[in-house]
Design a protein around this ligand. Structure first.
Ligand code: GDP
Length: 424
């Protein structure tokens, strides 16, 4: 048996969904261990093109069991919309191939509302929330003010619990934000509608995973967002509200005894960032426009134009170390084919000296990129499937990154489709 985590090394949107979709072939179980429906994994395979928000990317593989672990922000509304969309398009989503942890906390209707109210209050100081209710959800979870999915099997207990939460939450809604209160009738109607849909999927996934482990099954752990968005290790406060790093996978999945044999860190061949916060290598103007167009860099969830720039070795090396990646998957190399020379940020200039170290978040505002330039290859590489068939300039670029990161690049992705991959 082997356990593998597939994680993002940078700001998210590295192409994790595409790598999980590819690698699920060798795994029996795929578990999402953190985050909610606030990001999107784009997957292109024989069923078509999909933007998955909550569902693990293993749903497309026959025989793979997909699990939403206790660390996830389980939004029943989003999950149902997503599952129904897949069903309509011929992808089965049933209690056989999707299991939801009875210990996962539920994102309640007021979380989305509180997200919008708080962004409105912040006005020009907004974090750039995707307004999916993730930050209010995780704050409530840590205050022990959410309900767990397993409570759906205890209706009287659930009703009393919801009533207590409602009383407390209405104080915030009305007295902090001056918004209208939620009503118990609406809350119960919501719980009935979404709870009855969700209930068949809910079970003790911890027991399922322990059994799978005992039987020697291969388990894949799937992250949402990258190391630089991790709550504790990322660019706080421009992080997400949970731990995206691989070290959290055993905890958030429901299998705390899991040892990870392999950690695949997904790195994009250039940098992109959605939302606010310091982004040292950011480009603007026509240079940025050209890269954004070439890479189709618009959010899978929001459609927002992503901020773009050259690969940032300093941030990426920090991401590799934080994730304890055992190998790297470098994605979107094909996107750089239009450039005649390719810039890479090799160090930061900070306080009058050059550094390889990723600084404390507040210092990032003063960091400037030190760039090195690589010869471009200027030909279409999307059909290449063997390392030796890549142009020399492309191989030099990949080899340089590998040396700088101190981690083997095992996969090079040259297109969004499942088969557009070079194994090294
Ligand atoms: P994730 O959240 O990390 O899974 O990343 P996203 O789905 O947000 O963004 C990755 C985008 O790049 C998607 O549109 C993918 O289809 C696409 N993609 C992934 N790998 C490649 C690649 O190697 N080349 C190209 N051209 N597109 C890719």
């Amino acid at each position: 048996m082997s356990n593998c985590a597939i994680v993002g090394i940078n700001w998210g949107d590295e192409g994790k969904g595409r790598m999980v979709d590819l690698l699920t072939e060798g795994y029996d179980v795929v578990v999402r261990y953190q985050g909610g429906g606030n990001a999107g994994h784009t997957v292109i395979n024989e069923y078509g093109k999909f933007a998955l928000h909550l569902l693990p990317s293993g749903v497309f593989r026959k025989g793979v069991v997909n699990i939403l672990g206790n660390g996830v922000a389980l939004d029943p509304e989003n999950l149902r919309t997503e599952a129904e969309d897949l069903l309509r398009r011929g992808v089965p989503v049933t209690p056989e191939n999707l299991k939801v942890s009875d210990r996962v906390s539920l994102l309640l209707p007021w979380h989305r509302e509180l997200d919008a109210l708080e962004e409105r209050r912040l006005a020009d100081k907004q974090y750039g929330s995707t307004l999916q209710g993730i930050a209010p959800f995780y704050s409530d979870k840590f205050q022990k003010k959410t309900v767990m999915a397993g409570e759906l099997f205890y209706p009287d207990y659930l009703r009393a619990h919801l009533a207590a939460l409602l009383e407390w939450k209405n104080l915030t809604l009305t007295q902090v934000y001056g918004a209208p209160p939620c009503s118990m009738d609406d809350l119960l109607a919501w719980a009935e509608e979404y709870g009855s849909w969700l209930r068949p999927f809910v079970c003790d996934t911890g027991a399922f995973l322990r059994q799978a482990q005992a039987e020697g099954k291969n388990i894949l752990f799937e992250a949402q967002l990258g190391a630089l968005r991790d709550l504790d290790y990322g660019i706080y406060p421009y992080t997400t509200s949970s731990n995206a790093i691989a070290a959290y996978a055993p905890v958030g999945s429901g299998l705390p005894s899991a040892k990870l044999d392999e950690i695949v860190g997904v790195v994009k061949a250039y940098s992109t960032c959605v939302g606010e916060g310091p982004f040292v290598c950011e480009w603007s103007g026509p240079e940025a426009e050209a890269l954004r167009e070439a890479g189709g860099e618009y959010g899978a969830k929001t459609g927002r134009a992503r901020r773009v720039g050259p690969l940032d070795i300093v941030a990426t090396r920090y991401g590799v170390q934080t994730q304890a990646a055992t190998c790297v998957a470098l994605t979107k190399l094909d996107v750089l084919s239009y450039m005649d020379r390719i810039p890479v940020c090799v160090r930061y200039r900070l306080d009058g000296r050059e550094t390889d170290d990723f600084p404390f978040p507040a210092a990032l505002y003063d960091a400037e990129p030190v760039l090195a330039y690589f010869e471009g290859w200027q030909c279409d590489i999307s059909g290449v499937r063997h390392w030796d068939d890549l142009p020399r300039a492309a191989r030099d670029y990949v080899t340089f990154i590998e040396e700088q990161l101190g981690c083997p690049i095992r996969y090079v992705s040259v297109g969004p489709e499942r088969e557009s991959i070079i194994l090294r």
